[in-house]
Design a protein around this ligand. Sequence first.
Ligand code: PEP
Ligand code: MN
Length: 364
Amino acid sequence: MANKLDITPIGEWGFFTLPRPMVIAGPCSAESREQVLETAAGLCEFGIHVFRAGIWKPRTHPGSFEGVGTPGLRWLQEVKETFGMKVCTEVASEKHVHECIKYGVDMLWIGARTSANPFLMQEIADALEGTDIPVLVKNPVNPDLDLWIGALERLNRRGVRKLGVIHRGFSTYQKMAYRNDPGWRIAIELRTRYPELPFFADPSHMGGDRKYIQELSQRAMDLGLDGLMIESHCNPAVALSDAKQQLTPSALKELLEEKIVVRDSDTDLRAYRENIDQLRARIDVIDENLLFALKSRMDVSRRIGQYKKEHNISIIQATRWDEILTGMVVRGREYALDEDFIKALFNLIHEESVRIQDNVLTED
Ligand code: PEP
Ligand code: MN
């Protein structure tokens, strides 16, 4: 069981204005002084107060743009001075932390590749001891809630109380429409365990494409999360990293002001409504996962069909299916699922699977 966290409420950080969503926006990477200042100007104009920009970029392949490094911190200082915004960037080592403190960065975030590494988390936590700088921890790349909580605990034990999280989804081997699997179940679980923890979603890295940002932001709001971190670039087409997923400041303004619906929460029935909305959002997430699981299962059926065809094997092997069904009924019982329901459901799935294999057989 996880330990309690000692958290300073986000309202006391002096960063964000309510109501929801609290927004952090800015480019994936700081690329040049002009790009940073132009983007910040566009965001400031419609009331964004917290600016993000990656200075050191963790890239999958060497040779990609790995960030401008320390010189970019001067541009963030200029954003603070010129627009009065708070600025934040990603840190992945003790050295990054020291540089950020030296240049007056207001808030830090820990990237998904770093929060997965307890050695680095400890190094960063040690470097932050005695400072009062807020830190947002992204989920680890792998869907491991305890690892995420462990990262938070390491910081909290070194006195970081202005602490929050950013949910950006999880890496998957199996390709899906989104760049990262939203895995909302894990976010919901963390939210339930630590309701006081400021909670952001990052629809940019979750979706990997600007066309998904609206639906993912809406989902985050429906689940009752506090804020959004969204990548915004003055000219996304020429961005040196994550070009596909960045929005111009004006597109972001339109998204926030006209597209995302944040449910009203000031009626007498507030608690009821919020609970119902959140439960419904959970159902939607689970249904989406079911759909994806069905799709994956049918993909496998199709491959089995091809394989059987190549080897001249008949489609239906009754004993194999009986075994599966019995197994599912037993497992279902462990989850207190009704036997008739499980039988009906899996027979339907089996029928579809046979239909697909049959199609494969008759194709030439
Ligand atoms: C980022 O925010 O630019 C970033 C690298 O994110 P993540 O750690 O979520 O991949
Ligand atoms: Mn990015």
